[in-house]
Design a protein around this ligand. Structure first.
Ligand code: PLP
Length: 410
């Protein structure tokens, strides 16, 4: 396997991109699906934002350093990675907040349709927000697995206002067919809302081409924008005029500095701005996105599949008989950019593995997750991770008490 890892890395056309990240020595980092690694462009950009832009230019920075335009400028930079032409994506707030905005606006755009569909396996925040929006708007939430959507839509599609789904299952890493799902939802007259947290930056997403209606996502997973980086909201241009934002903050006003008494939304995606953005995080995210400059997402996808496939192969060989089963589908077309393995001792194994310098994460009750960001992960990293995991299990290192105690964040 070592030979194969070496050959695959030597042939890797994206190998040079690893130099765009600052990775700590001696660590194999496979948790970029929770918090992307630090792009080398970020520290100088943040230092400049703090010292020169804030420290010296002060309030003038809103004009002189183009702070005011940043949410739309950064939105367009994200748009390039998710197949959105300029002027349809805004950066800001958190995924949870953007979900609330998108679902509420969607309900307002489809009056008379009483149902909100979401995935029973969706990330918790997506389900919690869907329930709350439903209570506020009078919609009824139905939790329909992706595989059952066509049948449900055929029967009751004309009652559906919006369907909110993720192309990638955050636990198993299974990738769904975005095109077929979007098509089925839109043919029923409902709006398709995608949560791209585990897709953006990891694989090509073609929102415009698919004619998706709405999308949200975070800035800190595969986009590597830093802890708590601004999220984003995409609204297809054809919906801008009808997009009635629930959070009518002054930044989204047509004339934000006119201090008019009533709210009048800006033209275009600018109406999806809310309040003053966190500029330090916004500028960190903008710098982070330069790691994608000149990068072909088709190549990212090809490498990502090579990495996830190699991890599954390594697991087959090195972990055989040690109590693991793969939760991630074997078929390349059904894999996102992570591999999840089931094991009853998942939590302690992930802790003991981290003590050996291999960082992944765990999702209850029994999943070990390994996120493989193709911009900075190598096949050698993958092999090291699997071999270290084997050593942990064989040495029963995870049985030590300190690896059993849970921190606040798992
Ligand atoms: C990571 C993730 C979130 C995170 O929401 P925040 O508001 O950014 O904490 C939401 N939804 C999905 C599908 C995710 O993967």
């Amino acid at each position: 396997m070592a030979d194969r890892a070496g050959q695959l890395d030597d042939a890797d056309q994206l190998a040079g991109l690893r130099g765009r990240f600052l990775l700590p020595e001696g660590i194999v980092y496979l948790d970029g699906n929770s918090l992307g690694a630090l792009p080398a462009a970020v520290p100088p950009a943040v230092a400049d934002a703090v010292q020169r832009q804030w420290g010296t230019d002060l309030i003038r920075s809103w004009n002189d350093n183009a702070w005011w335009q940043a949410p739309l400028r950064v939105g367009d930079a994200i748009g390039r990675l998710i197949g959105a032409a300029p002027g349809q994506t805004v950066a800001g707030d958190s995924t949870s907040v953007q979900l609330f905005n998108a679902l509420t606006a969607a309900a307002r755009m489809r009056p008379g349709r009483p149902l909100l569909l979401t995935d029973p396996a969706h990330f918790p925040t997506d389900q919690y927000v869907a329930d709350s929006v439903a209570r506020m708007t009078g919609l009824e939430v139905h939790r329909i697995p992706v595989a059952d959507l066509p049948r449900f839509l055929a029967a009751r599609g004309d009652q559906v206002a919006v369907a909110g789904y993720s192309p990638v299952d955050y636990r198993t890493g299974e990738l769904y067919d975005m095109a077929a799902t979007t098509d089925a939802v839109r043919r029923s007259g409902a709006l398709m809302l995608w949560d791209l947290c585990h897709a953006a930056g990891a694989l090509p997403v073609r929102l415009d081409e698919l004619e998706a209606d709405l999308a949200v996502g975070c800035g800190y997973k595969y986009l590597s924008g830093g802890p708590g980086a601004p999220a984003y909201l995409y609204v297809a241009r054809r919906h801008h005029a009808a997009f009635d934002h629930p959070l009518t903050g002054w930044n989204g006003h047509a004339e934000p500095f006119a201090a008019s008494a009533g709210y009048m939304p800006a033209e275009g995606i600018g109406r999806a701005r809310i309040g003053t953005p966190p500029m330090l995080s916004m500028l960190a995210l903008e710098a982070a996105l330069t790691a994608f400059d000149g990068v072909d997402l088709e190549q990212v996808r090809a490498k990502s599949l090579s990495l996830t496939g190699f991890l599954l192969d390594c697991a087959d060989r090195e972990l055989d008989g040690l109590g693991f089963t793969a939760a991630t589908p074997r078929e390349p077309a059904r894999r996102g950019s992570q591999v999840a393995l089931r094991h009853p001792d998942a939590y302690a194994l992930v802790q003991a593995l981290a003590a050996r310098g291999v960082i992944g994460d765990m999702r209850a009750p029994n999943l070990l997750r390994f996120g493989l960001n193709a911009l900075y992960t190598t096949h050698r990293d993958v092999l090291t991770a699997v071999r270290q995991l084997r050593a942990v299990v064989l040495g029963e290192e995870h049985r030590k008490g300190r690896f059993q105690r849970r921190g606040e964040v798992t």
